[in-house]
Design a protein around this ligand. Structure first.
Ligand code: 0A1
Ligand code: ZN
Length: 862
């Protein structure tokens, strides 16, 4: 079945410069599904029209399909042939009706692309190229069609039949079967097609749009999960109202359905009018979902909903333009989430995520521009660069234009390109026209990979100061030399004695290799606050002293910059300590003490600010990553912070005790700080720490507190550790999403026997590679556990490679996504690097490897 996926010696490279408009358009398609898990019949009727004057045949993409019938204008087609997996049909006129028939087996589809079965539900995933696994079609995003879909299935097993658009008709048939017909009036590309059939129930709601239309909303799940869908439904309504208010975008169909399935390769999918979600981004109640989960659910629901305009009404011309919809939609969902609670905390979280996933990608073998030039397998390009750096690029344009012009520019974009397939260039042109700006050089953010490094040196000369800025964009694969980027920098000076601002914040553009700025009439020595709000996705290197940073961490009036000053101070201390086997912790301890004691700060901010940078982020600052030295340096600082500020941590812990679960920004902040404080109490070696953690674990009325306590116990060595692990398991046996947390918490343990433990967990009866969430919760989590994965013996590398080779046979997309940690070998010492390379070589040499894995693993060896 996976034949079409298997790489031959030289997999085909698709290049952006080779883009050609489609030869044939398909304005209408009717699909008729006779659904059956073992054998589903798909009949497709395509109205095709020749585009322009040419005599090329109609090429319909297929993947693993056999044509059982091909008809043209009602008669059996003559002269059709297979070209590889594609069906090629010669046609003589300008317009024809082409019918095909195929049979597929959803229950045998382990790749989870196309039509597949998940827990008794039949569902589809077509982005990017899954539609060709369902029927023959020009499976490219610039072919837009109106879809009519008829579904027929056994009524007992599949009482609910859903597809895109609005329901038209339904009825019963002989033999216990029934049917439903759906019609989507909006032309869409094939990647947005969806159907779902299953025994589902809905949490229903309504939303009245700005213009007064009533939309029927449904969150569809299996009946035991119905009680966990209120949060998602609420988030959907908030998203619909937000898009009207902030972007002037209304929903356009009579119904909007979301279905949750347990087996899903990504987070969720924005199919027109019928979003399909990984159940982890829908299901929540206080007992099973953490605050992090609640927030992620709202963000993903918003993200998929916002795609209705940024992605569906205006789609992408080709897959090189993927960031056109993804970068913009991530920016929109980030703005939505920022508006729901603390914007500062949201920005901190987003930047932390960018640094954890995008920065390493941008400095490694898989670095690629926001608009890539070529790919082997497009699924490999659903990356942090396309999504998160893409969002930063949109954010920078919004910063340069200011809010009013940015809104005028997005209005222009939606109006001009509604119903079409557009490019990143089209978007930038709208920004230029409505914003009255020239973005010629700014476009380099789309074409050049690599994280720019900006050095900022401030020198005081009497009452003046001179700021020297210099930028460097590092070489990346295929791009040895770079042009300077346009870097928007929000900056401000503070008086280092008084803490008062020395002038207003400025937005400056660094457009060349370097730039100098002069500041006059300074009444006192200045401290530099730069890249405030993280106005550009860059690495900033300054000549600020530990004293400057400590000062800014207490006085900066931009919360992000304040957090950043603290992080930089911690980072400098930890890097020095890892390199020299110790460092003076005094400045960090004082800064943490000040922050903990500042009652004006909200608890969520405090919790973020006092957290030390992760092992991996510390490693990213070092010429050669030393996992053990980093771990020891971080633990030593945690220990000293825990001991020196013992009273403060106790006070923070006790002061953040909530009485009863509530999902509000204040309650979330309190829970976060409580668990952070618990971590420091444990790190101090306090005699009662394990008991405190176990009590929190046992008494918790919510998953945030319970998992927070479990994490502390799992990292430790108290006898209560095993008891907690067992209790948790028994309590949640049968709940897949919570068991994922159970596996993940153990895979992320900081203990030195983690590799052994994870190897044992693979044999656990609840472990399976067939479910992507489960595979990620153990293998994915372990491979980002810097200390355990990089165990000097190489056993971590071997373990992950073994798992990925096995996973590739089932689900190449999910396997390939887990390659990057092995590809970071250049950052490690020779011994580790050789072992990592050896595993990559073993993967590349595996017979029958998918092209997904081939691309990721072979590029990672370069
Ligand atoms: N467009 C979706 C992401 C997505 C991409 C590919 C998939 O195939 C398995 C699934 C989902 C989004 O941005 O949410
Ligand atoms: Zn998306």
């Amino acid at each position: 079945m996976a034949d079409a996926q298997i790489a031959t010696q030289a997999p085909k490279i698709t290049r952006r410069e080779d883009y050609r408009e489609p030869d044939w358009r398909v304005p209408e398609i009717a699909l008729d599904f006779a659904l059956d898990p073992a054998a589903t019949r798909v009949r497709a009727t395509l109205q095709v029209e020749r585009a322009g004057t040419h005599d090329r045949p109609l090429r319909l993409n297929g993947d693993g399909l056999t044509a059982l019938a091909v008809r043209v204008d009602g008669a059996e087609a003559q002269g059709w042939r297979m070209d590889g997996a594609d069906l090629v049909v010669p046609l003589t006129g300008v317009a024809h009706v082409v019918e095909t028939e195929v049979e597929i087996a959803p229950e045998r589809n382990t790749q989870l692309q196309g039509l597949y079965a998940s827990g008794g539900i039949l569902c589809t995933q077509c982005e990017a190229e899954g539609f060709r696994r369902i029927t023959f079609f020009p499976d490219r995003p610039d072919v837009l069609s109106r879809y009519k879909v008829k579904l027929t299935a056994d009524k007992t097993r599949f009482p609910v039949l859903l597809a895109n658009g609005d329901p038209i008709a339904q009825g019963d048939l002989e033999g216990g079967r029934h049917w439903a017909e759906w019609h989507d009036p909006f032309p869409k590309p094939s990647y947005l097609f969806a159907l779902v059939a299953g025994d589902l129930v809905a949490n229903r709601g309504t939303f009245v749009t700005l213009s007064g239309r009533e939309v029927q909303l449904g969150i569809w799940v299996r009946s035991p999960d119905l009680a966990k869908t209120d949060h998602a439904l609420h988030a959907l309504k908030l998203s619909m109202a937000w898009d009207e208010k902030v972007y002037g975008r209304e929903y356009d169909l009579d119904v909007f359905n979301i279905v949750a399935v347990d087996d899903f390769n990504f987070g969720a999918m924005e199919n027109k009018g019928l979003n399909v979600f990984n159940s982890r981004y829908i299901l929540a109640d206080p007992d099973t979902a953490t605050d992090y989960d609640y927030d992620a659910i709202a963000a993903v629901v918003a993200h998929e909903y916002f795609h209705n305009w940024s992605g569906n009404r205006v789609t992408c011309r080709d897959w090189f333009q993927l960031s056109l919809k993804e970068g913009f939609t991530v920016f929109r969902d980030q703005s939505f989430s920022a508006d729901q609670g603390s914007a500062a905390v949201k920005r901190i979280e987003d930047v932390r995520g960018l640094r954890a996933s995008q920065f390493p990608e941008d400095s490694g073998p898989l670095a690629h521009p926001v608009r890539p030039d070529e790919y082997i397998e497009i699924s490999n390009f659903y990356t942090a660069t396309i999504y998160n750096k893409g969002a930063e690029v949109i954010r920078m344009m919004a910063t340069i234009l200011g809010p009013d012009k940015f809104r005028a520019a997005t209005d222009l974009y939606f109006d001009r390109f509604d119903g079409t397939a557009a490019t990143c260039e089209d978007f930038v042109q709208c920004m230029e026209q409505a914003g009255g700006v020239d973005l010629t050089r700014f476009r380099r953010w789309y074409s050049q990979a690599g994280t720019p490094r900006v050095s900022a040196t401030l020198a005081q000369e009497g009452g003046r100061a001179r700021l020297k800025l210099r930028q460097l964009v590092p070489p990346t694969p295929g791009q040895p030399s770079k042009e300077p980027m346009v870097v928007p920098l929000r900056l401000k000076l503070f008086g280092a004695n008084s803490g008062a601002p020395l002038g207003d914040e400025q937005l400056i553009l660094l457009e060349d290799d370097s730039r100098e700025l002069l500041f006059d009439n300074l009444s006192e020595p200045p401290a530099l606050s730069i890249n405030r709000g993280f106005s550009a996705p860059i690495i900033v290197e300054t000549n600020r002293t530990a004293q400057d940073l400590a000062f800014l961490s207490a006085h900066d009036d931009d919360p992000f910059a304040r957090y950043e000053a603290m992080q930089q101070l911690m980072l400098d201390t930890l890097v020095a300590s890892a390199a020299n086997g110790g460092a003076d912790h005094g400045a960090v301890i004082e800064a943490v003490r000040n922050t903990l004691g500042d009652s004006r700060l909200d608890r969520a901010f405090v919790a973020e600010a006092v957290l030390l940078p992760s092992d991996s982020f510390i490693g990213d600052q070092m010429a050669v990553v030393e996992p053990e030295a980093i771990f020891r340096a971080r633990e030593a600082l945690r220990n000293e912070l825990g001991k020196t500020l013992a009273g403060e941590w106790r006070a923070a812990y006790d002061g953040s005790r909530a009485n009863r679960f509530e999902y509000s920004p204040a309650a979330k902040g309190a829970r976060r700080l409580r668990t952070v404080a618990l971590g420091y109490i444990a790190a101090s070696g306090a005699a009662d720490a394990d008991r405190l953690a176990f009590d929190q674990f046992a008494d918790a009325d919510n998953m945030t507190d319970r998992q927070g306590a479990l994490t502390t116990l799992v990292n430790g060595s108290s006898p209560l550790r095993d008891e907690a692990i067992d209790t948790f398991y028994r309590r949640y046996q049968g709940n897949g999403l919570v068991l994922d947390k159970w596996f993940q918490t153990q895979a992320l343990s900081t203990r030195d026997d983690t590799a052994e433990m994870v190897e044992r967990l693979v044999a656990h009866p609840d472990f399976t590679l067939s479910n992507p969430n489960r595979a990620r919760s153990l293998v994915g989590a372990f491979s980002v556990n810097q200390r355990a994965f990089h165990d000097v013996s190489g056993r971590g590398y071997r373990f992950v490679a073994d798992q990925l080779i096995a996973l590739d046979k089932l689900n190449p997309q999910t396997a390939a996504k887990l390659i990057p940690p092995l590809g970071r070998w250049k950052r490690f010492d020779e011994g580790r690097a050789a072992k990592m390379r050896a595993e990559l070589e073993r993967i590349v040499a595996t017979p029958g490897l998918s092209k997904d894995m081939f691309e990721q693993a072979s590029k990672s060896l370069d």
